[in-house]
Design a protein around this ligand. Structure first.
Ligand code: FPP
Length: 237
């Protein structure tokens, strides 16, 4: 296990980006870039758990990713199945609890069954919580939360005047979890891309010019060091 000089923040989010460009650099099809990215997902997840990250949220598939060519979407769905099965063993060994955030009902029945199996099998784990964002969109999450709350008001179970930020958070996929402290996006892009829109209000962002398959445990250490060099003021002085 590699050591870090500084303790990690409680909640880290990662936007896995750059698989396509990595594939291009290696004269490979995009699907191979995603395969390399999925392998790295296992490596970084294990490392994060070992250095004491409490919550890790990984952006694996956005609500917008369905617009990619059908063969790329198909390759990603196959990867999810392969890697979830393989990663299941890691999660068990590492005491990781896996949760899925996003509208997983849109996936095929066999992928949904695997998602349910992973969720159930790891439910009693007490180590790091891994949130896998799959068919996730921040805007969709907020709209869903608003709808659920409105339905409760209509049913007479809640009063609209009781709604505040704390109550609203209970309707999000991440209910009960702390907001991310640090969000890392490799690949050189510097945007949020619909990731944890509500939850990222006071997150520190670190952008790296590294493509996701090349992102190493040392880069996670580096992002944590950058995080510690920032002064978080949460709107205060
Ligand atoms: C973004 O890179 C990456 C994705 C849309 C897919 C990420 C998914 C995986 C790595 C599979 C992980 C597996 C599990 C089980 C969680 P991009 O294609 O947008 O890269 P580009 O911008 O260079 O084209």
């Amino acid at each position: 296990m590699q050591g870090v000089a500084l303790p990690p923040p409680a909640h880290i989010g990662i936007i896995m980006d750059g698989n396509g460009r990595w594939a291009k650099q290696h004269f490979q099809p995009r699907s191979l870039g995603h395969r390399a990215g999925a392998q790295n997902f296992r490596t970084i997840t294990r490392y994060a758990s070992r250095i004491g990250v409490k919550y890790l949220t990984i952006y694996a598939f956005s609500t917008e990713n369905w617009t990619r060519p059908a063969d790329e979407v198909g390759a990603l769905m196959r990867l999810f199945k392969d890697y979830l099965q393989e990663a299941l063993r890691d999660f068990m060994d590492e005491n990781i609890r896996v949760r899925f955030i996003g509208d997983v009902a849109a996936f095929s029945p066999d992928l949904q069954a695997l998602i349910a199996e992973v969720t159930q099998a790891s439910a009693t784990k007490t180590g790091m919580v891994l949130n896998l964002a799959m068919n996730y969109g921040g805007r969709a999450e907020i709209v869903e939360a608003a709808k659920t709350f409105a339905q409760k008001v209509e049913a007479g179970a809640c009063h609209s005047q009781d709604l505040d930020e704390t109550l609203f958070e209970q309707y999000l996929y991440t209910a009960g979890q702390p907001s991310p402290d640090l969000i890392i996006r490799p690949s050189g892009e510097q945007r949020v891309s619909n990731f944890l829109l509500w939850q990222c209000a006071y997150a520190e962002f670190v952008f790296f010019d590294i493509l996701w398959p090349d992102f190493k445990p040392e880069d996670l250490d580096r992002a944590i060091a950058i995080y510690h060099s920032r002064q978080r003021r949460f709107g205060g002085v």
